[in-house]
Design a protein around this ligand. Structure first.
Ligand SMILES: [Zn+2]
Length: 72
């Protein structure tokens, strides 16, 4: 059984452009979300949930950019 699950994020990974992200099956708000393709840290799960609710757009892109620059 895999300990992680993939989901699609409206904002692409800033490193490789993939929309497929990976998070633990538990999906705690503070769990780290990594790109499923290049493994880069992208954001925390609660931030991913915000982006999923907002959908694609400049607000979501800014949120992801800030999380990537901040780091895990
Ligand atoms: Zn990537």
């Amino acid at each position: 059984m895999s300990l992680s699950e993939d989901f699609r994020l409206p904002v692409a990974c800033p490193a490789c452009g993939s929309h497929l992200m990976r998070v633990s099956r538990v999906r705690n708000p503070d769990d780290r979300v990594h790109c499923a393709s290049c493994q880069r840290f992208v954001c925390l799960y609660h931030e991913a949930q915000t982006v999923l609710q907002k959908g694609p757009g400049s607000d979501s892109e800014a949120l992801i950019e800030a999380a990537v620059n901040r780091g895990p």
